[in-house]
Design a protein around this ligand. Structure first.
Ligand code: HEM
Length: 161
């Protein structure tokens, strides 16, 4: 049943055209990589600030700017990733690497929402600039770093296994 639905996705006219196109597939792949760069390039400095780097700069400067660019990067990665997935949906869905990658994407998103809620609750806008972040925020930042870098590595490995 699910297998049939996935095969029908693969056979959609748009998806077949993408799979067989010399230019479209690499362009969508480039869009995926652009999204990943924006996401990881935003998340790494943001998480490092939560962990205690660059304390001379207000944490909210990092949070306000980088969470927007991270969200735009994630949206681009998800849209282009879904198109890449559709070209061989049944095979990807069976792959333990792909399943692990999707599980970690969900964990990363949930962790980001939890961090956002904790920042509000702990009112970090009013923390003195040089003070270290509460332990829960540092733990969330560390988890975020580990999760998104693992997603990136699993994504790259997918091309080899
Ligand atoms: C719902 C979200 C996503 C979906 C459905 C998805 C799907 C895919 C698919 C189908 C591929 C092609 C694999 C292959 O070479 O056969 C891929 C590649 C890749 N993905 Fe994702 N992805 C998603 C999000 C992400 C995110 C958030 C990251 C990074 C943090 C990421 C990192 C990568 C990397 C590094 C590659 C290899 C790109 C290359 O070397 O050409 N993906 N993804």
């Amino acid at each position: 049943m699910i297998e049939q639905a996935l095969v029908s996705v693969e056979n959609l006219a748009l998806v077949s055209a993408l799979r067989n196109s010399t230019f479209m597939y690499p362009l969508v792949n480039a869009g995926h990589i652009l999204g990943i760069s924006l996401l990881v390039g935003s998340i790494v400095p943001l998480d490092l600030r939560l962990l205690g780097f660059w304390r001379a700069y207000p944490v909210m400067v990092f949070v306000d700017v980088l969470r927007v660019t991270a969200a735009i990067g994630l949206a681009l990665a998800v849209v282009c990733g879904a198109l890449l997935f559709a070209t061989a949906a049944a095979d990807y869905a069976r792959s333990p690497l792909f399943q692990a990658k999707m599980g970690l994407v969900v964990l990363g998103v949930l962790n980001a929402f939890t961090l956002g809620r904790m920042m509000k609750r702990q009112n970090i806008r009013s923390l003195p600039m040089e003070s270290s972040m509460p332990l829960a925020l540092r733990a969330g930042g560390l988890l975020s770093l580990g999760v998104w870098i693992s997603v990136l590595i699993l994504g790259r490995l997918l091309g080899y296994f």
